[in-house]
Each structure stands twice: as C-alpha cells, then as structure tokens.
Design a protein around this ligand. Sequence first.
Ligand SMILES: Nc1ncnc2c1ncn2[C@@H]1O[C@H](COP(=O)(O)OP(=O)(O)OP(=O)(O)O)[C@@H](O)[C@H]1O
Ligand SMILES: [Mg+2]
Length: 270
Amino acid sequence: MRPESRRNSKSSFAVEVINMSASYGDFQTLDKVCFNASTGELLCIVGESGCGKSTLFNVIAGLIEPYEGDVLSYGVTLSKKTGRVGYMPQRDLLLPWKRLISNITLGAELAGIEKGVAREQARGLLPMFGLAEFEKYYPYQMSGGMRQRAALLRTILTGHQVLLLDEPLGSLDALTRKRMQQWLLKIIKNHADRTILFVTHDVDEALYLADRVLVMSSRPGTIVYEADLRSIPQETAVIKRESLNAIKRQVMDKLGVNERDSYFRHHAHR
Ligand SMILES: Nc1ncnc2c1ncn2[C@@H]1O[C@H](COP(=O)(O)OP(=O)(O)OP(=O)(O)O)[C@@H](O)[C@H]1O
Ligand SMILES: [Mg+2]
C-alpha cells in the first residue's frame, strides 16, 4: 500500500519500533527500544561502540528477530521479512568477483528494477560519487573510501523508501564526507518519500544532517534522549548557533562525554 493512503491512519510511520528487545543467545543487546520515523525524516542514531546500533538495523532489516516488541513499516511488521528496506551494513559487502557497476546495481536488480535502467541510473550518479572512471574496477582495486561510496550508491539505487545507513561516511576524508553529507540532504529534500536512518559516531555530523538525533544508552541499548533539530529557532545566526550548542551539550552529556573535562584532562597530561 502506498504511504500516502495511510498517512492519516495510526500506522503511518515509515519506521515504528515498539518496545523492542533483542539478544544474541543469552547476550542481550537491545532493551525496549522505542522510536518512530515519519516519511521524509532523516534520523541520526548515536551511541557508544557496542551499544547495539548495528543490531538495531539488523532487526529493522528483518535479519534478526526481536524476542520482544515489534518493528513496523507503514503498519506492516518487518520482524520476519527482509527486502522491504534498503540496508547499507557497516561492512560494505561488495562482491569481490563483480565489477563496480555490477556491484552497485545489484540491489536495484534484486528489488526488481530492470538491469539497463539500473545501469543508466547508476552511471548518472557515478560522477557525483567520484567513481566515474572506475566502473570496471573490482573491489580489491578500490580504496576503502571508494568501496564505501559504492556501497552507499548501491543502497540508494535500490529505490526503497526506507534506507538504513550504518556509518556510511565513516571512512571518507573530511572533504568527500562533507560533499556526501550535502548530497544526502539534497536527496531527502528532493525525495520527500524517502526516510533515512543513519548511524554515526560523529555528533557534529548528526547535528548537521538530522531532523532528529536519537541517543542510545550503553548495552543493552535503548533510546535515552531525542533532540529535534527542526525546533531550533532560526531568528539570527547567533541564536541558531547557541541552540545547536545547547543540544550538542545535551547529546554529549547523554553519551557520557563531557567536552570541558576531556579538554582539561588532555591538557593536564601534556
Ligand atoms: N552476531 C553476533 N553474535 C553475538 N554477539 C554479537 C553479534 N553481533 C554483535 N554482537 C554483540 O552485540 C553487541 C552490540 O553490537 P553492535 O554491532 O550492534 O554494536 P554497535 O553499536 O553497532 O557498535 P559499533 O559502534 O562498534 O559498530 C556487542 O557487544 C557485540 O559484541
Ligand atoms: Mg555498528
């Protein structure tokens, strides 16, 4: 069912995570996670290493079944289903025996897009991703950053409305990273039906990209704080900056990082 027709119903969320807990055997990783994402939103999820962010994405992608709670997309439970969302895992998972162009169109083809159409779309985007001359390269011939951009492009080309991006820009240099961030914002603006969940370790990146930032506790992970960046007053640049800084302090605080402390500690040891 198209999301528009459900927009006013109870289950209109692109992603709805309800009291969801998950574990690997006896090892609990997620504890009653609760949040939702509306169509067109970009949510950034931050949390310390090992708190369960990738596990959360594995559950939303339907790769792991939660033992408690539910995960829905437009009212349909995702728990046991795969293939409804575009997922870029933390490791790029490019197929070593396939050339770049085949790797990046793979997801689209699996999603039922015709090969020629997928290739044409992909070729149109290769320059933006800095991959234009590398169409015939195999993954082993590409740098870490190139592989990451290829994996991101592949996920976007699947055409799925919900995209899960697990640290998609983590191994890019600062300039390329900035360019890709701007491109992602443009995607969201131009495709109001796309919803993106984005894991990052970089709080500034989260504050720059997100409509909302969700902070996860340490394992077993649960959402302990939510900041809505859209509510920031925009009257003047100073007011905007101060509001952003206040949110950043809250996020850092919830992450257990006190910037002032770490600055003084760092300099005290020099
Ligand atoms: N397949 C698995 N089997 C057993 N335990 C796992 C498995 N995958 C992850 N874990 C454990 O679950 C916990 C959460 O891992 P997860 O990968 O979700 O963390 P993360 O928040 O994504 O961390 P990072 O920021 O380092 O990527 C960790 O303690 C990890 O050791
Ligand atoms: Mg992870």
